[in-house]
Design a protein around this ligand. Structure first.
Ligand SMILES: *[C@@H]1O[C@H](CO)[C@@H](O)[C@H](O)[C@H]1NC(C)=O
Length: 297
């Protein structure tokens, strides 16, 4: 008699447990007119999803399951090239994670890159998410909770088109990314560290205001929390992450040059300040490799 009751009770408990622990599904979609290679980095100590990097052709989408309570970030890589047929030698002009392969395998995006950041609830708690330009911008991104009562956040505008000359990352004459003032100039006031390491001591700057005007819901500098972090109370079963939410042919999205149009590489971004020079030194071998791969194809 007790046994007859125990079995349904046990299966109910098990079902309840499995339901609570079900993964969240991210639906990653590429609305850009060019291929995007999403990258995924889990926070320290958080198990990675089954993929940490893949390609999405224009219009393509892919579902990625993450475990209950997952936290981490997603971003889009652009202008990527596979320089060897063995699967090695993979590199991207923007958002590169330095793994040498399409999978990022625990490595994060090289700035500048637009980031979608998530801290998902364990069972029944609240999810937190944001779109961040703190590490700069490379392409428009939108984050839409599957739970329709929770707010969407985004940076839908092509900031490359509005990027001040001193922040531009230029490949073959086209602006392919826009650096943060922190990355470009490295000062405490721009980076919100040192004497400017508290919210009260790190105010918006002309550069962060420009980012904020273009993308009012996104983080424009490190302490831009009040208008940039979004909460889904009770959580969401999943999230849509859309690259170029405004579409691929509206002219309102980042548009890296095509391989056919590739003249010799030019890197230019605002003169001879030390940060620019450092950046050029790290990017130049990569860009040269991409150019060589594209011309020998
Ligand atoms: C959806 O969000 C609303 C508002 O935050 C919340 O009350 C509700 O519990 C959520 N629903 C689900 C199924 O997670």
């Amino acid at each position: 008699m007790g046994g007859a009751l125990l079995l349904p009770l046990l299966s109910l408990l098990c079902f309840g447990f499995l339901k609570g622990a079900r993964p969240s599904t991210f639906t990653v979609k590429n609305n850009c007119a060019y291929t995007v290679w999403p990258g995924i980095l889990s926070n320290a100590g958080v198990a990675p999803p089954s993929t940490t990097g893949f390609a999405l052709s224009p219009g393509e989408s892919r579902a990625v399951a993450v475990a209950d309570g997952w936290s981490g970030r997603m971003w889009g890589r652009t202008l990527c090239v596979q320089s060897s047929s063995s699967g090695a030698g993979f590199a991207c002009a923007t958002g590169d994670c330095g793994s040498g392969t399409v999978e990022c395998s625990g490595r994060g995006a090289a700035p500048p890159a637009t980031l979608a950041e998530f801290t998902l609830a364990s069972i029944g708690g609240d999810d937190f998410y944001d779109v961040s330009l703190v590490d700069g911008f490379n392409l428009p991104v939108l984050v839409a909770p599957a739970n329709g009562s929770c707010p969407t956040t985004d940076c839908p505008t092509d900031l490359n088109a509005q990027c001040p000359p001193e922040l531009r990352v230029i490949v073959a004459g086209a602006t392919v990314a826009c650096r943060s003032a922190c990355e470009a100039f490295g000062t405490e006031a721009y980076c919100c560290n040192g004497a400017h390491g508290t919210p009260a001591a790190c105010a918006p700057t002309g550069y962060s205001r420009l980012f904020k005007a273009a993308c009012p819901r996104a983080y424009s500098y490190a302490y831009d929390d009040a208008t940039s972090t979004f909460t889904c109370a009770g959580g969401s079963a999943g999230y849509g992450v859309v690259f170029c939410p405004a579409g691929g042919s509206s002219g309102n999205e980042a548009s890296p040059p095509t391989s056919a149009a590739y003249p010799p590489m030019v890197f230019s971004s605002g003169g001879a300040d030390p940060a620019t020079t450092r950046h050029a030194v790290t990017l130049l071998p990569l860009l040269t490799a991409i150019f060589q791969a594209m011309t020998t194809r």
